[in-house]
Ligand binder design. Structure first.
Ligand code: NAD
Length: 290
């Protein structure tokens, strides 16, 4: 199977490299980043897509995805698969899938969970939307780049699953951080707080697997001066996608909206830019009730 890979940033480069290591013939293109070892360099996105069985994209946002899709679809072979692994808005994912169908192509939206570490180790989780035939064609590639792929339904449903998951994540991280800051002010030791909550009904992935308090719970970015990890900027991007989707679908998500506003303030008006998303804990700890 011949693969084109467009978008070789923090996530795309190790994913493309893992496919090349697994023996696939991979040709890559990025406007800035170089190709990783084992991946052949194309001159343009169109060049990388021409004559391939599968074209994978790993791009920053929906506008760029739409532009790249419009550029490459006329060059792709009939019946080829476009596998988009970027995190983008549901509407862009569905529009691009429609265009792929009109061009005689298969399409899957398959955003990932697992971060740069998972991309590097080939242990990503994929949440996929698209037809059964398109998902089946992508399956062997999911097995190389990841450890699990869930077929969530029709086009766009992969993005829907991703943003709903990350809306819960943003909300639980904020709740965990503000509870730690309250516990501090009530004179409760952070380790005791972890021991109770991680085994009580307040537990969550944010508390148990990614504890935002340094020196407490498993190793996490809190133990590395809040270097990402999963950057607050990316959490803000995903929360904004959740709110855009909620608006389009007329869904009431008041806590999701409030989490979005808090991360926007943290990243754009305070010192959250470039920090891990769990750095909400020192933020709350340094504040007084407003
Ligand atoms: P990144 O910014 O490191 O990489 C994106 C790459 O796309 C860049 O190298 C950029 O030069 C390239 N690019 C932009 N426009 C292009 C174009 N027109 N043609 C070709 N290349 C182009 O971002 P990343 O961290 O690799 O994330 C990629 C996607 O994965 C995003 O949608 C992000 O939300 C998602 N994601 C990231 C993480 C993470 O932890 N980094 C985790 C899960 C999902």
């Amino acid at each position: 199977m011949k693969i084109g890979f467009i978008g070789l940033g923090n996530m795309g480069a190790p994913m493309a490299r893992n496919l090349a290591v697994a023996g696939y013939n991979v040709t890559g293109y990025d406007t800035v980043a170089p190709c990783p070892d084992g991946v052949m360099q194309a001159e343009s996105a169109r060049d990388a897509a021409t004559g391939q069985d599968v074209v994978i994209t790993m791009l920053p946002n929906g506008d760029i995805l739409r532009a790249v899709a419009a550029d490459i679809y006329p060059a792709m072979s009939a019946g080829a698969l476009h596998l988009d692994c970027s995190t983008v808005d549901v509407a862009s994912a569905r529009d691009v899938a429609d265009q792929a169908q009109n061009a005689g192509l298969l399409a899957v939206d398959a955003p990932v969970s697992g971060g740069v570490g998972g991309a590097d180790a080939g242990t990503l989780t994929f949440m996929a939307g698209g037809t059964d035939a398109a998902f089946a064609k992508a399956q062997p590639l999911f097995e190389v780049m990841g450890q699990k792929a869930v077929h969530c339904g029709a086009a766009g449903n992969g993005q829907a699953a991703k943003i709903c998951n990350n809306m819960i994540l943003g909300i639980t991280m904020i709740g965990t951080c503000e509870a730690f800051a309250l516990a501090d002010k009530l004179g409760l030791d952070r380790q005791k707080m972890f021991d109770v909550v991680s085994t009580s009904s307040g537990y969550s992935w944010s508390m148990n697997a990614y504890c935002p308090a340094p020196g407490v719970g498993p190793q996490s970015p809190a133990d590395n001066d809040y270097k990402p990890g999963f950057a607050a900027d990316l959490m803000l991007k995903d929360l904004r996608l959740s709110q855009q989707a909620a608006k389009d679908a007329d869904a009431d998500t008041p806590i999701g909206r409030h989490a979005t506003d808090l991360y926007a303030t943290f990243v754009e008006k305070e010192d959250g830019h470039g920090k891990d998303f769990s750095a909400m804990l020192p933020r709350f700890a340094s504040r007084r009730r407003s």
